[in-house]
Design a binder for this molecule. Structure first.
Ligand SMILES: C[S@@+](CC[C@H](N)C(=O)[O-])C[C@H]1O[C@@H](n2cnc3c(N)ncnc32)[C@H](O)[C@@H]1O
Length: 283
């Protein structure tokens, strides 16, 4: 199946939105009733795993979220990135946090399918509203052209400024060919900027081997009532696929950056990698 239906994927955005809130990364406006119910349903499993030092879903999610934050912060602080498009932003508070921190030094566009975007727009309105430096846009990561394409969103940005595209919790829901198509679209859209950075979480098979994974995948799949894809055996294989799509970079293991991510749950962090890649010029 090339395409997961948004109504299958979207409940997970409520869950992760609540995880960011429960761990002090967010504002209560992003915490929905659906998210709280899902979080409470899994709380016992998470606590049990934590007690015996098994990987927790929260540990994995926080590792990816904080590592993306870390690398994005570095790219902004060095001046490489001044514009961000977060595709499939869901109920993530990242756009709000970065917009508060950087003000008019940064332009942040939060993009999603229309149903989820309506939630985000309502929440941002509660928190003071959108601005030219922090706004929302409808996107469909699977569309090549037209107003909801990544191409059209990037065309509204300043071509003289370094730009990042972020996806978090999106690509696992699509098969490999679809993911490579998404990446190629991002590479083309980013090629116009002096720096075109792509940051995303990804799961590889070698980061998810062994008996524990069955329980872990079950949790993930239970949310989406469908298959969660692991596309690549190893970091090397993922990097080759990224390069094929026009994105040159590497997979980061959050455990290698544990010093910069205090309090990281190593067991959970081991299950996820973060892509840091630059769009090839002329993609
Ligand atoms: C698991 S949630 C992740 C939300 C957020 N990034 C986070 O980590 O909390 C997946 C998100 O992908 C969005 N999504 C699903 N299909 C999409 C598509 N074709 N284009 C853009 N977004 C999509 C859903 O609406 C949902 O908000």
């Amino acid at each position: 199946m090339a395409r997961s239906h948004p109504e299958q994927i979207s409940p997970t955005a409520h869950y992760t939105g609540y995880v960011w809130f429960a761990h002090g990364q967010s504002h209560e406006a992003f915490a929905t009733t659906t998210g709280r119910r899902m979080y409470q349903a899994l709380r016992v499993a998470n606590l049990a795993a934590q007690t015996v030092r098994l990987p927790t879903l929260d540990g994995m999610l926080l590792a990816r979220h904080r590592l993306i934050d870390l690398r994005l912060t570095e790219a902004i602080e060095t001046g490489e990135v001044e514009q961000v498009v977060e595709v499939a932003a869901g109920l993530s508070p990242r756009g709000w946090r970065f917009a508060r921190r950087y003000g008019d030094r940064l332009t942040y566009v939060e993009a999603d399918l229309p149903g989820m975007l309506a939630n985000k727009r309502r929440i941002l309105a509660e928190l003071g509203g959108e601005s030219p430096h922090h706004r929302t846009a409808e996107v469909d990561a699977l569309t090549d052209a037209g107003p909801t394409s990544i191409e059209a969103i990037c065309a509204t940005l300043d071509p003289s400024k370094g730009t990042a595209i972020i996806t978090e919790g999106l690509i696992n829901y699509f098969d490999r060919a679809t993911v490579i198509g998404i990446w190629a679209r991002f590479a083309r859209a980013l090629a116009r900027f002096p720096t075109g950075l792509y940051l995303s979480d990804v799961n590889t098979r070698d980061g998810n081997a062994g008996a524990l994974v069955a329980a872990f995948s079950w949790l993930l799949s239970a949310f989406v009532r469908g298959k969660v894809h692991i596309h690549f055996d190893s970091a090397d294989e993922a990097e080759a696929a990224l390069a094929q799509a026009g994105l040159l970079g590497m997979l980061l293991d959050p455990r290698d950056l544990a010093e910069q991510l205090p309090g990281l749950e190593l067991a959970g962090a081991g299950h996820v990698r973060v892509i840091e890649a630059l769009a090839k010029k002329g993609s």
